[in-house]
Design a protein around this ligand. Structure first.
Ligand code: NDP
Length: 246
């Protein structure tokens, strides 16, 4: 019998201290998984893990830093057991039009959003191969599919994540590992809260379901992809945008 029950599974959600990552962690905990979350600051990670309750641990780890990722993943695996579900959610924006986009803003976004997923995926893949089971879920964006003015670096990182996901989906399918993306539309979090009222109204007009997304909307899609229900789904991009792009 297939279900959303994740009892006995260990999950690692990068950037789980708030926003979408925190909602994903909450959903995984509610489904019975033992969950580790990360953020760049140890205090924030510990505080968020406390809010998730007894089954969760918080680790400090900048995903752009390969050595920090390796240390964090070794600590999680020693404490909770081998990671069955990896959710690459940590992400940043440094928006500017191409003319004014400097190399530092390009590198920061690519290093966090794309290279971070490379670091974590490479660190967990051996264990997943050994256990012949694993789920890698990468949080992309509709911006990676359709682009967005002022976000060339962010769009490149999110489109890159889709190619990365499809490549590893092919490489590790025979080992029982699936890799998929979720591409959120416009979700209400710290990342998006600075939107002026007129822009918000224009945005709402473009969303078929007539509302902005909530972090829990993304968590539902991740939970599905993490569960047995999605055992035959790999290399896909699940768009969760209220019908904004279709
Ligand atoms: P938030 O800004 O609310 O949260 C970002 C999270 O990422 C925080 O937990 C932050 O932790 C963590 N983080 C940032 N940089 C790093 C890093 N270098 N290493 C480790 N953790 C890091 O963002 P959202 O919740 O809105 O976004 C989550 C993901 O969803 C991102 O990948 C984003 O691109 C994607 N997304 C969001 C959309 C939206 O509309 N909100 C739309 C489409 C995609 P801390 O600050 O504690 O280090």
């Amino acid at each position: 019998m297939t279900s959303l029950d994740l009892t006995g599974k260990v999950a690692f959600v990068t950037g789980g201290t708030r926003g979408i990552g925190f909602a994903i962690a909450e959903a995984l905990v509610a489904s019975g998984a033992r969950v580790a979350i990360s953020g760049r600051d140890a205090g924030r990670a510990a505080e968020a893990s406390r809010r998730l309750g007894g089954g969760a641990v918080g680790v400090a780890c900048d995903v752009a830093d390969e050595a920090q990722v390796d240390t964090a993943i070794a600590a999680i695996e020693a404490g909770l057991g081998g990671i069955d579900i990896l959710v690459n959610n940590a992400g940043v924006t440094r928006d500017n039009i191409l003319l004014r986009l400097d190399g530092a803003a390009w590198d920061e976004v690519l290093d966090t959003n794309l290279k971070g997923a490379f670091h974590t995926s490479r660190a967990v893949i051996k264990g997943m191969m050994k256990r012949r089971n694993g789920r890698i879920i990468n949080i992309s964006s509709i911006v990676g599919l359709i682009g967005n003015k002022g976000q060339a670096n962010y769009a490149a990182s999110k489109a890159g994540l889709i190619g990365f996901t499809k490549a590893i989906a092919r490489e590790y399918a025979s080992r029982g590992i699936t890799a998929n993306c979720v591409a959120p539309g416009y979700i209400e979090t710290d990342m998006t809260n600075a939107l002026p009222e007129d822009a918000r109204k224009a945005l709402l007009d473009s969303i078929a379901l007539g509302r902005l997304g909530q972090p829990a909307d993304i968590a539902g899609a991740v939970l599905y992809l993490a569960s047995d229900l999605a055992a035959y789904v790999t290399g896909q991009v699940l768009v969760v945008d209220g019908g904004m792009t279709m």
